[in-house]
Design a protein around this ligand. Structure first.
Ligand code: ARG
Length: 392
C-alpha cells in the first residue's frame, strides 16, 4: 500500500510515519507544504523523513496561493473566530488540497495526517478530502491507535526516533500566525511563560519610540506598505517583523473547539492583527452603516465555517460573493501606530470615503440646522405611540 502523509517533522507526524510503515504495512511518501513556516523546520522535516526511510519526500511551496486564495479572503471577511485570526484553520485547506494532488499523481491508495482525535485539524483535513476526493482512503494513525502524547513519546523512543530536545509545546506556524498549545499552557490560571513567544517581543523590550506604518489597500487587500508597492507575501512577512518587534499580536484565548471542548490557546499574529485592524478601519470609512451591520454578521458566519472545517460548504462561496462585492470601495490608506505591544489606527483616507468634513464640521455648518427640528418630531414615533396608549 502506498500512502501520502502530510508531514511536519513534529512528534505526531514522526510517529505516524513509523505506524504507517509497521502497523499499516505502507510505503510512505511524506509531503511538506510551505505556507510560511520556519524554513529551518521545513529543511529538518525533509531530513527526518529520509532518516525514517520513506519512499519519497515531496515539497510544495504554496505560499503565494495561501496568501491569495485563503489569507486575503479571510482578511476581506475580517476573519476572526472568538478573536483568533484563523491561521492554522486557513492553512489546512491548501495542505489537504496538495495532499490530494500528490496522492493522485503518485497513484497512492490513501492519504494520511497526524491529527489527534481531540483537535480541529482532523475536521478540516477529513472534510476536504472526503469532499474533493471521495475515492481516497484516509488514515489517521494517531487517532486510530488512540495514543496520547506520552504514549507517542514512549513509542518514538522505542522505535529509535529522535525527537527535538525540550519540546514542551505543540506549535503550528504559518504566514498568518503561530499557535502554541499544550504543556504548561493547559492551565488557564497560569500566565504563559515568555519562552512560548518567538515572533513578538515582550512590551518592555520593544523600541522606546512608537512607530507609524501605513498600509495601502485596493479592493480590500493590501498592495502597499509605507508607500511602497509590494506583493501580499512580502507585506505580510514584513509586517510580522515590524509589528512583532513592537510586541503586537499576542493573543490568549479560551477557544470553543469544534467538538465542544474549551481549549486554552495562545497565538502570535502580528501581521494579521494589524492588517485586520486596518482593513476594518477602512471599511468603516467607506461603507454605509447598513452595510457595516450586515457585513459583520456575514463575517462571523464566514469565520465559523472556516474554523469548523466547512470551507467547501457552498455557503462559504456565496458569502465570498457578497463579501467581494462589498470590497469594491475598500481602497485607501490606513496609518497604524505601534507602541509597546499595542496597535491603534491613527489616520485613514480613501477616494470612496463617505466622511464629509463640510457636513460634519463643528466649525461651519454645511446645512441649515433648523431643518432638523422637523425630522426630530418624527424620531422615535412608534415608541411615542406605545407610551401614549399606556401599554404595559
Ligand atoms: N486552535 C487552533 C485551531 O484549531 C490552532 C490549532 C493548532 N494546531 C496544532 N496542530 N497545533 O485552528
Amino acid at each position: 500500500m502506498k500512502v501520502v502523509l502530510s508531514f511536519s517533522g513534529g512528534l505526531d507526524t514522526l510517529v505516524a510515519v513509523r505506524l504507517l510503515q509497521e502497523k499499516y504495512n505502507a510505503d510512505v511518501i511524506t509531503l511538506t507544504v510551505d505556507v510560511g513556516q520556519n524554513p529551518v523546520a521545513l529543511k529538518n522535516a525533509e531530513k527526518k523523513a529520509k532518516q525514517l526511510g520513506v519512499l519519497r519526500h515531496v515539497h510544495i511551496d504554496a505560499r503565494k496561493e495561501f496568501v491569495e486564495k485563503y489569507i486575503f479572503r479571510s482578511l476581506k471577511a475580517n476573519g476572526l473566530y472568538e478573536g483568533y485570526p484563523l491561521s492554522t484553520a486557513l492553512a489546512r485547506y491548501p495542505i489537504a488540497t496538495k495532499l490530494i494532488k500528490v496522492a493522485r499523481k503518485e497513484k497512492a491508495d490513501a492519504v494520511a495526517h497526524g491529527c489527534t482525535g481531540k483537535g480541529n485539524d482532523q475536521f478540516r483535513f477529513d472534510t476536504t478530502i472526503t469532499t474533493k476526493a471521495p475515492e481516497l482512503k484516509i488514515i489517521a494513525p494517531i487517532r486510530e491507535t488512540n495514543l496520547d502524547r506520552n504514549q507517542e513519546i514512549e513509542y518514538a523512543r522505542k522505535k529509535g526516533i529522535t525527537l527535538d530536545a525540550g519540546r514542551l509545546y505543540s506549535i503550528d506556524e504559518n504566514l498568518w500566525g503561530r499557535s502554541i498549545e499544550g504543556g504548561a499552557l493547559e492551565d488557564p490560571a497560569k500566565i504563559p511563560s515568555e519562552e512560548i513567544y518567538v515572533w513578538t517581543r515582550p512590551s518592555e523590550k520593544t523600541p522606546t519610540k512608537p512607530c507609524i506604518v501605513e498600509m495601502g489597500f485596493k479592493d480590500g487587500v493590501p498592495v502597499t506598505l509605507d508607500g511602497k508597492r509590494m506583493s501580499g507575501l512580502n507585506i505580510i512577512t514584513k509586517l510580522n517583523q515590524i509589528a512583532g518587534d513592537y510586541g503586537v499580536g499576542r493573543i490568549e484565548l479560551i477557544e470553543d473547539r469544534i467538538l465542544g471542548l474549551k481549549a486554552r490557546e495562545n497565538y502570535e499574529a502580528p501581521a494579521a492583527t494589524v492588517l485586520i485592524q486596518a482593513h476594518r478601519a477602512l471599511e468603516q470609512l467607506v461603507m454605509t452603516k447598513q452595510e457595516l451591520v450586515f457585513k459583520q454578521l456575514v463575517d462571523q458566519i464566514w469565520a465559523d465555517l472556516v474554523y469548523s472545517g466547512l470551507w467547501y460548504d457552498p455557503l462559504r462561496e456565496d458569502l465570498d460573493a457578497f463579501i467581494n462585492s462589498t470590497q469594491r470601495r475598500v481602497t485607501g490608506r490606513i496609518k497604524v501606530e505601534l507602541n509597546r505591544g499595542s496597535s491603534r489606527v491613527v489616520a485613514r483616507s480613501s477616494p470612496y470615503s463617505l466622511y464629509d468634513e463640510k457636513l460634519v464640521s463643528f466649525e461651519k455648518f454645511g446645512f441649515d440646522q433648523r431643518e432638523v427640528t422637523g425630522i426630530i418630531k418624527f424620531h422615535g414615533l412608534q415608541g411615542k405611540l406605545v407610551h401614549k396608549r399606556k401599554v404595559k
